[in-house]
Design a protein around this ligand. Structure first.
Ligand code: GDD
Ligand code: MG
Length: 467
């Protein structure tokens, strides 16, 4: 795979965020056998200016993929669609399917069909774990190991939500595949299998781009080439989704503030829109990170999980200045107050790569209400997550965070993002970092789960015996 390297990396304390890298070739042969060929001084993909590129052989990508787990959160997607996704995940990856599908007692059990499908893959040597999010034993495993925040008091099971499913996937990977160093996430409602294959290889290329893999944590966030929409009888290759447009724009306002006030509008930087081109992956459903980082991050509920990464990463980078200048605990308006204070601190620098793929993203289309709730949850996690802070980065005006929060609120009020019950932006629950759970206990308890299935994993049986 050949990628155009990011032209710049922005530093926020110990957090480094690179501008977009782009996949130029899916498959390529390293020049003179060299993996990274640096500045070629030539044009790339028809652009006049020279582009620094990095090239990774299939072998070197495989080395990373062999250490990678891919979590596929799913709900009620057709089994054939989920099968398509799994079939496109590179063979060295271990797949964890976390399902929150409806289950029926009358024999029409969707989860059983998903498990049968996974089993068929296991028969061909693929390594797959599957679990159901509403498994009562999985809920008990979290409760007993110190993560009761994930439990819905209404029925005692793990709360609904994509973020919650992803957390279960991370915990499962940490418990049963501790030798795997990387974890990635790919939505199950992906209709183009080839895209999924590129996503996983782009994750691997991102990790391979890390200049100091032993010394830093890495996150790779994908922006797909386009999201094709069928409009007026033709395909429109939209390059930024409706939700991403909103969330990226406000994250850019935080990280690269525009000189003019926004007054609740979604106005972008007046000079060439530089603030638009930096963060392009605020809502990247397809992303990956080092396992070490996945266990340290405080993750947000549901669809707020991806935008909130940036807030927690900035906290980890120690660049946000707290109100009052003291080290008070982070206080959120969400239902989990104590939980938000646990974890979320870094012991290594973190580097974020944003990678633009060649493939388009084809998935189930959503109505405007779903999109509005999704950006409101993402913006809410930013708005409430920033509440304890007054400035960012240290050099900027001390009032910047409170002003930005006011502009975000005004934007939400104008565009239907305020929660009618609270009169505020939604405040998604922020879960404590998974590093705080008693992993031995979690593994021991989960091993008794009836919905946890393992296929093609020889090591799984021995791991289960460990407990
Ligand atoms: N396990 C589990 N549990 N999976 C879930 C749940 C849940 O409660 N809710 C949703 N999912 C799965 C869906 O089945 C799907 O495979 C995936 O999560 C994404 O959900 P969608 O409902 O298709 O999300 P979307 O397409 O609107 O948004 C996606 O793209 C956004 C960026 O454009 C998501 O990945 C967002 O997180 C992302 O921000
Ligand atoms: Mg989708």
């Amino acid at each position: 795979m050949r990628l155009a390297l990011p032209s710049r990396t922005h530093r926020f304390g110990s957090l480094h965020i690179a501008e977009e890298a782009r996949v130029l070739e899916l498959d390529t042969r390293p020049k003179n056998g060299k993996e990274t060929d640096g500045d070629r001084g030539g044009s790339s993909q028809g652009t006049a200016r020279s582009t620094r590129t990095a090239c990774f052989s299939g072998q070197s990508l495989d080395r990373v993929l062999t250490e990678m787990v891919i979590v596929v959160p799913c709900k009620n997607e057709e089994v054939s669609v989920i099968r398509g996704v799994i079939s496109a995940i590179p063979a060295p990856c271990l797949v964890i399917l976390v399902s929150n599908c409806r289950r029926r007692e009358d024999g029409d059990d969707q989860y059983k069909k998903q498990v049968d499908m996974a089993k068929a893959f296991g028969g061909f040597g693929r390594q797959i774990l599957a679990i159901h999010q509403k498994d009562v034993v999985a809920a008990a495993a979290f409760r007993d190991s110190g993560m009761s925040e994930l439990i819905d008091p209404a029925d005692g099971t793990i709360r609904n939500g994509k973020g919650e499913g992803m957390l279960l996937g991370v915990a499962l990977a940490a418990a049963f595949c501790p030798e795997r160093r990387y974890i990635g996430f790919v939505d199950a409602d992906n209709f183009n299998a080839g895209s999924v294959n590129e996503y996983c290889k782009a994750f691997a290329a991102g990790f391979a781009m890390s200049p100091h893999p032993e010394l830093e944590d890495t996150m790779v966030r994908l922006r797909w080439a386009s999201k094709p929409k069928f409009r007026d009888g033709r395909l429109d290759f939209v390059t930024e989704g409706r939700c991403s447009k909103v969330v990226n724009s406000w994250l850019n306002e935080l990280l690269v503030p525009s000189p003019e006030p926004r007054n609740g509008t979604c106005k972008l930087h007046p000079e060439g829109e530089p603030n638009k081109s930096f963060v392009t992956t605020g809502n990247a459903g397809e992303h990956a990170m080092t396992m070490h980082l996945a266990l340290k991050l405080r993750m947000a509920a549901g669809y707020a999980i991806e935008p909130f990464h940036f807030i927690n990463l900035l906290e980890m980078g120690k660049v946000l200045q707290r109100n009052g200048g003291h080290n008070s605990c982070v206080k959120a308006n969400g239902p989990v107050l104590d939980g938000t204070t646990r974890g979320g601190t870094a012991d290594k620098p973190v580097r974020v790569f944003q990678v633009r793929t060649l493939s388009p993203h084809l998935h189930r289309s959503s109505d405007d209400g779903h999109i509005r709730r999704m950006w409101a949850a993402g913006l809410g996690s930013i708005f409430h997550g920033l509440a304890p802070y007054h400035s960012m980065p240290p050099k900027t005006d001390v009032a910047i965070v409170s002003e930005l929060r006011q502009h975000i609120r005004d934007f939400a009020a104008t565009n239907g993002g305020i929660d009618a019950a609270t009169g505020e932006l939604p405040s998604p629950t922020i879960y404590p970092a998974l590093e705080g759970i008693d992993m031995q206990k979690f593994r021991a308890r989960l091993a008794q789960s009836s919905s946890l299935k393992s296929f093609g994993l020889v090591i799984m049986n021995s791991l289960l015996k460990l407990v």
